[in-house]
Design a protein around this ligand. Sequence first.
Ligand code: V4E
Length: 241
Amino acid sequence: MPKTIGLKDLTGEGVGAIPAPVRQEMIVEVERKFTCSGDTLKTLEEIGVCVGQRQFLDQYFDTPEFELTLRDLWLRKRKECWELKCPAEMVTGTEEPSGEQSLCTRYKEITNLPEIYMKVKEVIKEGCKDGESGPSLDDDSWLRKLNLVCFAEYTTVRQSFTLGEEGLQIDLDQADFGYNVGEIEVLIPEGGDVQSAQEKIRNAAQKLGLTGDEQVEGKMHVYLKRYHPEHYAKLLSAHIL
Ligand code: V4E
């Protein structure tokens, strides 16, 4: 059984009993999206190995004013697990990615609920209802406390492949609102070698015959454009999407 402590011990404000945050090694996901044509699928089936197919429901949460996503923070619940995706910091002195590098996104994934709570609270601290009672692992009352509501919900069927390159995975996603997209991804520890991850992704893209250098929209991109056009426009103006 994990040791449980009150979040009080972390924040100085009594907010309930949740497991003590075990500082997990942070994972950074370096990823490039692509449009999977019939030819790409054929190549993938020839040179890749299918490692499984799964289906999952994603529920994304934000405040009614979209304070998280306007800061490029993406809070979601997938298969009963919480995840917060935040932009991975650039190393000081490095330039903004350009050209082919800009096709790859880099996001840090926080999966430890106390850490997620702390980060979200820090970002939206103004205006959140802070009382005596607080979050617990048994229910989602912490969402109400932070004024978080579900703004997007969709199911994805994901088929995953490897190309024999260590740490590299290719996912083909079909979202239930009628959008398909592929992703080539490499997971590295925070502070790990981003360039080598990008190199692996570039090689995989070449093997799949992906020649285009245009940004391919992710599922959330398309979902927001369709179902939250005003917020989508704000995210575009803020250069988040
Ligand atoms: C929109 C967004 C995020 C939400 C999750 O997006 P996505 O990577 O499309 O989800 P999914 O289901 O593929 O997640 P996975 O299983 O790979 O973890 S997280 C970051 N963004 C912003 C963003 C962006 N600005 N540009 C691109 C190309 N992708 C994402």
